[in-house]
Design a protein around this ligand. Structure first.
Ligand SMILES: Nc1ncnc2c1ncn2[C@@H]1O[C@H](COP(=O)(O)OP(=O)(O)OP(=O)(O)O)[C@@H](O)[C@H]1O
Length: 519
C-alpha cells in the first residue's frame, strides 16, 4: 500500500497537510478553552468576549480545513485504488490463458470490487486515520506540557498502554478479515452463477431454489461479517473502558495540581479535552494499525507481473504436426491419431461426441499444457514455445460466441485499426454486411439473433488476419444456405490454414477439404 501512496506523493502530501492542519486547530481550540475559562474565573467580560471570538474563528477555520481534508483524502484514495486495479489487470495482459484460468472470473471481479471496498475502508482510510491520531497526540502532548509536565507524563503512560493493549486482538482480526474476503468472493460467484442461470430455473419452476442458493451464500457472508464486527467491537469497547479510567486518572492529577496551585482552574477544561483526545486517539491509532495490517494481507494474493519477455515473433511457414498425442483427464484418457496440418490446406475434424475434438482445439491453442506425445510447429516442439505467442498465429472461433455490451463495430474491431477494404471484404465473406450497415452503432444487449452473433464472431476472428484458423462448430447457429456460403468463402481462401470441427459435412463443401481427420 505504501508503494501506491508513494506514486501519488504530491496528492498525499496535500492530504496529510490538511489532516495536520485540522489536528492543530482542534488542539488549539482546546487550549483556547483554558483562556476562556480563566477569563471567566477572573470575571473579565471583555476577555471572555475576545477569547470566544478567537475560538469561533478557529472553529470556522477548522470546518473549512475539514472540507479540504475530506476532498483531498478522497481524491488520493480513488487514485490509489485505481492504481491497484491497474496493477491487478496488468499481469492479466501478460499471462497465458492457462495462467489466467487459475482464478475464476468471479475472483477477478471480487478483487476489483469487493477487495477495493475493503482496501478503501479498512486499508488506506486507516493509514490516514492513524496519521491523524498520531499528530493529534503530538499536538496534544505539546499543549499539555504548556500546563504541567506531570500531566504530560500521565498522558504518555495512558497513550502507551492504550496503544499496545489491542495487540492481543491482532491475530483474530487478521483471520476474520481474510474470512470476510473469501466469503465475499464465494457469495459473488454463487449469485453470478444463479443469476446467469435464472431462465433455466424459471422454466423449471425452481425460483425458490434460486433464492435459497443465493441467500445461503449471503448468510455465510453475514456470519463472518458479524464475527469481524464483534471482534472489532470487543477491542474498541474494552479499550474505550480502559481509556475512560485513564481520563479519570488524568483529571484527578489535574485536580491535585489545581489544589496545590500548580495550574489555574481554567486549565481543567482543556486538560479534560486533551486527555480525551490522547486516550481516544491512542486506542484508535492502535485499532487503525491492526485493521490496516490485516487488510494489507489481501494484496498478497494478486498475481505478480511476469518478467519473462515475449519479444519473439512467432511464424507459421510450413506445418503443424501431432505425434503420439494423448491427454489424461480424471475419468479418461484421449489418444489422437498422428497427423500433419500443411500450410494453406483445409482439414475437417470429425468424431463422435466426447471423442476429444474440442480438447484437440484447446491443445493446439496451447491452453492445455499437460499432455503426452508431441505437437510441433514447423518442427519446433510446442513445449519450447511460450504459449502466449500462439494467439499471434492461431485464431479460434468457438461455437458459443461472446459479444461485449458495445457497438457491433467495436465487437468486430476490438479497438484494432482495420482498413476499410479489409473490413468490407471480411464482412462480405461472412454475410455480415447488413449488420454493419443497419446496426453498426447499436450497443449489443442480447438484441441480435444467434446467427447474427455467430457471424460477428466469425468476422471478428477473420479480421485478425492470422494464418491458422480453428473452427469449433462455428457455423452451427447459421441456416444451411448462409453456413455454406461462409464455410465456402473460408475454405477457398488460399491464405488460410483451416481445421474445422463439424458434425455435418455438407456435400457442397466437402470438395474444399484436403483431408478429413477422424477421431
Ligand atoms: N477439463 C476437463 N476435465 C475433465 N474432463 C474433460 C475436460 N475437458 C474435456 N473432458 C472430457 O474429455 C472428453 C472429450 O471432450 P471434448 O469436449 O473434447 O469432446 P468433443 O469431441 O468435442 O465432444 P462434442 O462433439 O460433444 O462437443 C469428454 O469426455 C469430456 O468429458
Amino acid at each position: 500500500m505504501i508503494i501506491y501512496m508513494k506514486k501519488f506523493k504530491k496528492e498525499n502530501l496535500l492530504a496529510f497537510l490538511a489532516i495536520t492542519m485540522d489536528a492543530f486547530l482542534t488542539v488549539l481550540s482546546s487550549v483556547l478553552l483554558a483562556k476562556l475559562l480563566n477569563s471567566l474565573v477572573a470575571m473579565n467580560l471583555r476577555k471572555v468576549m475576545f477569547w470566544l471570538g478567537v475560538l469561533v474563528f478557529v472553529w470556522l477555520l477548522d470546518s473549512l480545513t475539514c472540507i479540504a481534508r475530506d476532498f483531498l483524502k478522497e481524491r488520493v484514495l480513488q487514485l490509489e485504488l485505481n492504481a491497484i486495479r491497474a496493477a491487478i489487470l496488468q499481469p492479466l495482459t501478460q499471462m497465458s490463458y492457462v495462467e489466467f484460468n487459475k482464478n475464476s472470473t468471479e475472483d477477478y471481479n471480487s478483487w476489483l470490487n469487493n477487495d477495493m471496498t475493503l482496501l478503501y475502508d479498512n486499508g488506506f482510510q486507516q493509514i490516514y486515520f492513524a496519521y491523524e491520531a498520531i499528530v493529534m497526540m503530538i499536538f496534544s502532548g505539546i499543549a499539555v506540557i504548556l500546563f504541567h509536565w506531570i500531566l504530560l507524563v500521565t498522558m504518555i503512560l495512558a497513550a502507551f498502554i492504550l496503544f499496545y493493549l489491542p495487540k492481543i486482538f491482532e491475530a483474530l482480526i487478521s483471520k476474520s478479515t481474510m474470512q470476510v474476503s473469501e466469503r465475499a468472493n464465494q457469495a459473488l460467484a454463487t449469485s453470478t452463477d444463479y443469476l446467469k442461470g435464472f431462465s433455466i430455473l424459471y422454466q423449471n419452476n425452481r425460483l425458490d431454489y434460486f433464492k435459497q442458493k443465493i441467500m445461503t451464500a449471503f448468510e455465510q457472508l453475514k456470519n463472518v461479517k458479524i464475527k469481524l464486527t464483534l471482534v472489532q467491537a470487543y477491542m474498541i469497547y474494552s479499550l474505550g473502558f480502559v481509556g475512560l479510567i485513564f481520563q479519570g486518572v488524568i483529571l484527578l492529577v489535574a485536580a491535585i495540581l489545581i489544589i496545590h496551585h500548580q495550574i489555574t482552574v481554567g486549565v481543567i477544561f482543556s486538560v479534560g479535552n486533551l486527555a480525551g483526545i490522547i486516550t481516544n486517539y491512542s486506542k484508535s491509532a492502535a485499532n487503525n494499525i491492526i485493521t490496516l495490517k490485516a487488510t494489507a494481507r489481501l494484496m498478497d494474493k494478486y498475481p505478480k507481473i511476469n518478467s519473462v519477455s515475449t519479444d519473439r515473433k512467432l511464424k507459421f511457414t510450413d506445418r503443424l504436426s501431432v505425434q503420439h498425442l494423448s491427454v489424461k483427464f480424471a475419468q479418461q484418457e484421449i489418444s489422437y491419431p498422428d497427423f500433419t496440418i500443411k500450410k494453406g490446406k483445409k482439414y475437417a475434424l470429425i468424431g463422435e461426441s466426447g471423442s476429444g475434438k474440442s480438447t484437440l482445439i484447446q491443445l493446439l491453442l496451447g491452453n492445455i499444457q499437460d499432455y503426452q506425445g508431441e505437437i510441433s510447429l514447423d518442427g519446433e516442439s510446442f513445449r519450447q514455445i511460450n504459449p502466449k505467442l500462439l494467439p499471434s498465429i492461431i485464431s479460434n472461433i468457438s461455437q458459443f460466441p461472446y459479444l461485449f455490451h458495445e457497438s457491433v463495430e467495436e465487437n468486430l474491431t476490438l479497438g484494432r485499426k482495420i482498413s476499410p477494404t479489409q473490413f468490407l471484404s471480411v464482412l462480405t465473406s461472412t454475410c455480415a454486411t447488413e449488420l454493419v450497415s443497419d446496426k453498426r452503432n447499436i450497443s449489443f444487449d442480447n438484441n441480435l439473433s444467434g446467427g447474427q452473433q455467430a457471424r460477428i464472431s466469425i468476422a471478428r476472428e477473420l479480421l485478425a488476419n492470422k494464418p491458422i484458423l480453428l473452427m469449433d462448430e462455428s457455423t452451427a447457429n447459421l441456416d444451411k444456405t448462409t453456413a455454406l456460403i461462409v464455410e465456402r468463402n473460408i475454405l477457398q481462401n488460399p491464405n488460410l490454414t483451416v481445421i474445422m470441427i463439424t458434425h455435418h459435412l455438407y456435400d457442397e463443401t466437402c470438395q474444399y477439404f484436403d483431408e478429413i481427420i477422424t477421431l
